[in-house]
Structures are given as structure tokens and as C-alpha cells.
Design a protein around this ligand. Sequence first.
Ligand SMILES: C[S@@+](CC[C@H](N)C(=O)[O-])C[C@H]1O[C@@H](n2cnc3c(N)ncnc32)[C@H](O)[C@@H]1O
Length: 773
Amino acid sequence: MTDAAVSLRDLMSPTSIAHPYPLYERMHRRGEPVIEDPSGVHLVSGYAECHALLRDARCSSDETGSTMFHRMRGRGELSGEDAALLAKAPFMLLDPPAHTRLRRLAHTCLIPAFAGLPERIERIVAELLDAAGERELMDVVADFAFPLPVRIICELLGLPQEDFPRLGRWSGAMARNMDQAFNLDAAARAEGTRARASILDYFHELIPARRAAPSGDVISQLVALADQGAADTEEVASICALLLVAGHETTVNLIANGVLLLLGDPGLRQRVADRPGAAKAMVEEVLRFDPPLHFRTRVALSDIEIAGRVVPRGATLVLLLAAANRDPKRFDSPDVFDLDRRNNRHLGFGLGLHACLGAALARSEGEIALREFARRVRGAERLEARLTYRPTLAMRGPARLPIRYTSVGPGRAGTDSFTPHERTHEMHTTTTTELTEDRLGLLMQGHVAFQALWAGHELGLFGHLSAHPDAPVEETAKALGIEPDPMEVLLGALRGVGLVEVHDGRLRNAPLAEARLVPGKPGSFVPMLGWQHHIVYPGMRDFTAALRSGSSVGLRHFPGPGETLYERLADHPDLRAVFQDAMSGLSSLANEALGSCGALRGLHHVADIGGGDGTNAIALVRSHPGLSVTVFDLPSVTKMAEENIARAGLRDRVRTHSGDMFSDPFPEDLDGVLFSHLLNIFPPDTSVGLLRKAYDCLPEGGKVAVLNMMQNDAKDGPATTMLAAPYFLTIASGQGRLYSWAEYESWIREAGFGGYERFSDLPFFHGLHVGTR
Ligand SMILES: C[S@@+](CC[C@H](N)C(=O)[O-])C[C@H]1O[C@@H](n2cnc3c(N)ncnc32)[C@H](O)[C@@H]1O
């Protein structure tokens, strides 16, 4: 007996929404990757066919161009309200050039906001699981999978948490309406239309407020760029609505579907909990095996021949991505969930121009949520044998998932942010890094990896891709002034280490490269690259010699009088500028905490010892009205500080003082002393000596602040701090290194300070210690 063809009606039935996979399997068994439904819609279940159509410029995302929509309109099935809203479609339902312009705008505003997200996600996941630990039951959807992405997207967009109940309701109604044209339930359609109108109204009210008082969130940035001519207010509201809905609807289902799999397989739970990298692999396999998004629609702009059929112009194509992910022609044993699956190029996030913009965010949320659930929630079991699914196939996931568990294990240490700790010695965040062959290979060729990064920077690649995301490879090579073959070599190296991505011959920065490697962007690492290239790189070739002799042999690359790099730089003005730029870049990443932590509030006069080019002093006075700062540094450096201070228009509040911090007295009338990136240059007794010198010149209640990159107390991480240390022995001073939380605390106390506070989780592995006399 042969199977009957699967119809659109079969797929949209409640039974199929709960169990679509047997239908997909039937479609594959019948060997027809593309079928024409009696409704005129074409159902595409083959992987190769979906893959091709997602990238085919003859396929439009604008549903209003389809024959089906014209018919609906003709039959009066679209209300005036529906039609008006369709005219304000989000960019996922538009074609180039409008799609390209609006997606680029959203990308520009969103990607920098992704920096630092893993820490935020870790924190929220920890809070949700801590709260679950106080109970024995939870609904995985309502208590875990839903609040995490909602809180994250609200933080990114700067939306108040209290607005979320209504935003969540509207967004849910819109997601239910994703089946739109196929959803014959008129009431649900009308509710979806009303919800979209309400969300747009909400953002229309918010936009003028953000214009009047920008607050650094994604919406403020969108508004600022829109006001420069990038988009109109209607389009900004539409982008905000899309980010809100897309920012959590898929992720809720990704997490819930993942937890469902964990609950059914204790062995899987164990592996995800224990094995580094397993949670990442799990997210990819969930996206293939049971993805949140089951289909996307397209409209044929001309007759398209595919799999031996001609799809006529105007026809609606339903690309069944979840079916394609189980195509036996593409995946071995497609119906088996395989954590070790190789070559897992699923279509879970779509592909081509419309590939999910927030894929990196969703992946990160999914990975951390599933890993921590597996790690912490013990003895979990489902309370309902029968699952109830949300009533839409487009966004598929359980409506609820109640579970019981025996306990919730402890979270990781150090996930609190900006928390002052009084007399604490707990270990700071540490992750043991598993050594794999690939990682060992990367270490062995670390110098090549850096040269690739530097070449990308020197050729202007990251800046170019920021201005032209999704540029064709060939065009980019031309813009960089290199031939296609060398370009391939460069791209190979950069893709190998994950700095750039290529999709369909188009090139873009990886999200973190976009946030950190684009010159001139706030928070850019670029100034530190020059220092690595011109100073650290040549000097570190002498590391072994420095270890053998216990001295800064690498200094030989910077000839001149003086025992330290800082003194020698007086004779190398170009390198001095490179060095101070790097320090300023590093300090700018972290010094916001000096203001936001509030520890230095109320002080009148702070000396910034070894204050460099004045970056920290300028930031300090800007965040502390009534404060003045004296930058104390070597004479060649205070000149640079003076220029920066004058440029900032702060000569009345920031002064400089040239001298040697060991032999000259500190400035007078101080009630605060700052040592930023300084005590690490010296051995512990020298640091204690400097802290004592600060103590001696401070009055009762005066404060000393130490800002630095921190080692954890186990002294095995984070890797970035550990690898920053050998430079001090080999090049900078021949004696320093980076120290741990406990070491700084003990020196501050040893120098006589009675009060002690620490502020952890500052950007780029920094910490702040504050002692009070
Ligand atoms: C690593 S940089 C830190 C700059 C700045 N505090 C910051 O955080 O960006 C160290 C600074 O200490 C200064 N320095 C080194 N030895 C010094 C000394 N003996 N007296 C005064 N300043 C010194 C250097 O010139 C340099 O500006």
C-alpha cells in the first residue's frame, strides 16, 4: 500500500502540530521533495531543495505578492486593519533593497550589545535556578525557558521589566499568528493583528522618549541612526517589534525542546553536565532534531523549476525546514538525536539573506541554559506524560512542561556582578580549559593566528565589513587591495579561528569581531592590537631567556637608558604613543566601574599614580562632580596627559605632576589614591611599599583604589589574564606579574587599611579593590 500525499491541512492540524515528524517522514518516504497542495501552495520537504530556495533571489519574502494573498483580498478575508499592518511589515517579510537597509541598521545597533552577554546570561540562569532551588516543582516553560530570553531582550532593548506581562501576551499572540495565511482560525488571526498593532503603538510611544533621553540601549541607537536618515519612525517601531518577538519566541522553544530531551535521557543529561562543549553540540542537534522554527514561506517571483516541477510565478512555497533537517538524503539516521553528529549543517536558523539575525544570542542562551539545567537540577522528572504544544507549527514548542526534582545543586562562584564583598576570599570565576588537539594546535600556531588577526586589521578588513556586512568576497578583496588567491588564504585563517563568517560567498564579521575589532567603536580592542604587534610580539621571543636569567631580556628590542620599558619609551615617541593608546584602550574598557560602583563617591582630590595619558583621571572626574584628580607619571608621559586633558576641556579639574613614584613624594592634600594597571608591574614587596606610601599621605577615611586584570585565587585562570603576565617579566619591568584577588586584599590590609571592599565581574577580567584608612 502506498502512502497518501501529505497535505497542508494535515500539517496544520492540532495532531500534526503535536507530532509533525511522522508526516515529514512520510514525505521523505514518498520521494517527493516538492509537492503541490490542493490549495495551490507548494510544500518543500527536501534539504537540497530548501537549501537552494532559501538562497534563490527569485524567492520573495513578501507574502503580499502571492496569488494566495490576492485571492484572500479578493474574497474580503483581509480586514482594513490587516492590510494597513501588512504595509508596515517587519524586515523579515521584505525583500532587498528595503530588507538590506533595515536589517543592516538592526545589525549595527544589535551586535555591539551582544558583547558581554554570556556573563549576563550566566547570571540570569543562576538566579532562575537558585529560585527553583527553593521549591520542588517548576514549569520549565514559565519558570525557566520563558523568563531568560525575555529578560535578556528587555535588557538589550532597555524595556522595563514591569511592561513584560503585556508585551509577552502580545508577542505570544503574534507568534501564534505566524501560520498566518494557513491559519483558518479567524479569531486567532484577528487577535494576532490586534497584538501587532498594540506592540507598534507601544514602541511609537517609547521612541520620542528615547530620542529626548538616549540611554545607550539598542532602541536609543536605532533612533539616533534613524534620525541621521537611516530609517523613518515607522520602520524603527517595526524593527523594535521584530527584535522583541524574535528575540525570545524561538529561544523559549529551543530551551524547552532541549530540556524535554534532557528529561528523557539521563545519560545525555550527564554528558551535557560533565563534558565541555557538549551543551554547544546539544544546541545544534536540538536545532536540527526538534527545532523551534518549522517552516518559512516564500513567494515565487517567476516560474521556478525545482526537483522536476515548475512552481508558477506567484505561488506560495512552504519551506519545511524541520522536515529538511530530517531528510535521509542529507543526514544519516535523521530521526536519531545524536550529540556527536558531524557535519551538522541544519537549517534551524534558516539560511541566506534572511538567516536569523539573533542566532548567536539564541545559541548562547540555549547553551548556558541547557548546560546549567543538566548540571544543577537533580532527579528531575516530568509530571505530565502527555505534552501540550503551543497551537502553531511555525513556532513549535511545549505550552508547558511541569517537572518535579529532588534538589538544585549550587551555582558557579563569581557569577555575581558588581557585588562588594567584605572580607571575602572566595574563588573568582574559573573555568578549567580542556586541552583538545585542536586547542593544542591553536596554541602551537598562536603566533600565526595573531598575524592573521593583525593582517585583517592592518588591511582594514574588520572596519570594511562593519560598513559593508554581507559584502561579496571578491568585492571585499578588491576594497582591501589584495588578489583573490591571497584573500582566500587570509579568510581561511580568519574563519579557522572564528573571526569572520562566510555565507553564500558573502562575508561578515563574527559578532564579537564586530563588537571588538572595528576601529573607533566604543569598547574596541584595536588599540591593544598595536601594542601586541609592536611591543609584546618582538619582545616575547626572549621569554625563555628571561625565565633563565630572571630579567627582562626582551627589553633589548627597545634600546635606550633606563631599566624598565616605561623609561625606555621616553626615547621612542612612536612606541610610547602605541603603548599609551593600548593602556587607554584597556582602561576605557574597565574604568566605568570606578564611577558606577560608587566606592570613590565623596572624595575631593585623588592622585592617579602612574596615571599614563590621563584616560582614567578624565573618566573619574566626569563621573564624580566635585572631584579633582592629579595624574602622576614620568615627565615624557605627563606631556601626553596634558594634551588629552586640554582636549577634554578639564584643565581646571585634572592636573599633572611629573615625577618618579618611588623617589618623589606623592601630591599633597589627597583623600584618595588610585593605582590602575600599576601594582602588577612590580614584585609584592614593592606593591606593599607603594600602598604604604599611599596610606601615609591619606587622612582618616581616605581611600586607596586598585584596578587591575585579576587572576582567580586558584591561579589557573582566566586564560586572558594568565597570558598577559609573562610580558612583565620579559619586557616591561623584569619582575611583575598579574596577581590574585587574595594577594591584593592581603597587601591592602598589610599596608594598614582597615576597611576593604572588592568589586568583581568588571569588563575584560578586571577587578577593583578599595581600602579605607
Ligand atoms: C601600565 S601603565 C598604566 C597607565 C594607567 N594607569 C592606566 O591604567 O591606563 C603604567 C604607567 O606607570 C608609569 N610609570 C612607570 N614607572 C613609573 C615611575 N617610576 N614613576 C612614575 N610613573 C611610572 C608609566 O609611565 C605608565 O604610564
